[in-house]
Ligand binder design. Structure first.
Ligand SMILES: Cc1cc2nc3c(=O)[nH]c(=O)nc-3n(C[C@H](O)[C@H](O)[C@H](O)COP(=O)(O)O)c2cc1C
Length: 369
């Protein structure tokens, strides 16, 4: 898999999730393995130019966090160009431009999904960035503003002509938010619209089977995974295995989930300090817990932690409480096991008994994405 001059061992990517895809989470995913390129949360180009501490914290990285794409948002071509140059000098592998974000704060300034409505202007902005740096410039978009304006194929073609090295496309419109089904036929149209650059499909991939279906039905060159990685940081490794030989690795055991969750907290503390790291972890830990089986006792307490010691106390208490739901080998009794995960676009092919209505959207600084 290639994006411009970059070569990857895996065609699976970590999608940007503002408030979540920080350095600790990226390292967790990379340590488990199977991911090709990770992307930062979106970063305001102007904030980088103004050297704001918050923007630089968002792009904090280390040698193990490589290759790394930084996602920029903004609509002023000169600012985007200058921010791209700063990032190139700092060693970013590539720069991704946010064209999908539906949040008012971003759209109001002509960034995010507003860019999908102005093809020529957006292509000119991309051209300016591409001409200013040697590293690849990519774009991440939705299918369009709404069902009447599915502009992604035209936009992708225009951006390829402007020098974009790849297109990431979330198979929903801006109007859809996170509701309804990911439109694989819509992603396919984007794949068919470009000539030579890879298109990476995105949306609701929460199982290896869903990734395969997205590859098969859209012809995309790669798949990018966001919330699925939050539920399950093993998804990249398991999907690579499934794509290579059709083998579905078993879900990680409870002990392995707890090991990785502990590692995640250690990294949060290393990067953000103990108090802030623990406070931020309050919204992360419940995602791990979604696959623990009964977990309200854990969730209730973990949202109060401020130190590692408090976290360990919460865990110890939870281990005791969880005993009532397991058999003599420590396995969850069948009636307490969480149902299998099923992507929105897999529903017709799954038995009704295993269907989920929607993957939850994590709360964050952005209310809707
Ligand atoms: C909490 C949250 C934050 C997000 N932040 C970003 C972002 O910073 N930039 C971006 O392009 N997309 C962002 N997205 C969209 C995701 O990258 C992705 O396109 C979307 O969640 C669908 O993929 P998924 O089902 O694999 O999560 C965000 C989504 C969520 C739920």
């Amino acid at each position: 898999m290639r994006i411009g001059s970059l070569k990857f061992n895996s065609n699976l990517f970590l999608s940007p999730l503002a408030g979540y895809t920080n350095l600790p989470f990226r390292l967790v995913v990379r340590e488990i393995g199977g991911v090709g390129l990770c992307t930062t949360d979106l970063v305001n180009a102007r904030s980088l130019l103004e050297k704001r501490e918050k923007a630089f914290k968002l792009i904090e990285t280390c040698p193990a966090d490589s290759p790394l794409a930084v996602q920029l948002f903004g609509s002023v071509p000169e600012e985007m160009r200058d921010a791209a140059q700063i990032l190139e000098n700092l060693g970013a592998a590539s720069i991704d431009i946010n064209m999908g974000c539906p949040v008012k704060k971003v759209v109001k300034i002509g960034g995010g999904s507003a860019m999908m409505t102005e093809l020529d202007k957006t292509a000119a902005l991309v051209r300016k960035m591409v001409d200013a740096v040697k590293i690849p410039v990519t774009a991440k978009m939705r299918l369009g503003w709404d069902d009447e304006n599915l502009t992604a194929p035209d936009l992708a073609r225009a951006l390829e002509n402007a020098g974009a090295a790849a297109i990431f496309v979330h198979g929903r419109t801006r109007e859809q938010g996170f509701g309804g089904t990911v439109n694989l036929a819509g992603i396919r149209k984007v794949v068919e619209a470009v000539k030579n650059i890879p298109v990476i499909g995105n949306g609701d991939v929460i199982t290896p089977q869903a990734a395969k279906k997205m590859f098969d039905e859209t012809g995309c060159a790669g798949v990018s995974i966001g919330r699925g990685a939050f539920y399950n940081p093993w998804i990249f490794q398991h999907t690579l295995q499934f794509l290579a030989c059709g083998e579905l690795l078993p879900e990680p055991a409870f002990s392995e989930r707890v090991r990785v969750m502990n590692r995640h907290l250690d990294l949060m503390i290393e990067v953000f300090g103990e108090e802030l790291g623990c406070r931020m972890f309050r919204k992360v830990a419940p995602w791990y817990a979604k696959r623990f089986g009964p977990c309200h006792e854990f969730n209730k307490r973990v949202v109060q932690i401020s130190t590692r010691e408090e976290f360990l106390g919460v865990l110890e208490n939870y281990f005791r409480w969880r005993q009532q739901f397991v058999d003599e080998h420590g396995e969850l009794l069948p009636r307490f096991r969480p149902p299998p995960m099923v992507a929105s676009f897999m529903r017709e092919t799954e038995p009704a008994s295993t269907r989920r209505e929607q993957i939850p959207v994590p709360k964050g600084p952005m209310e809707i994405w």
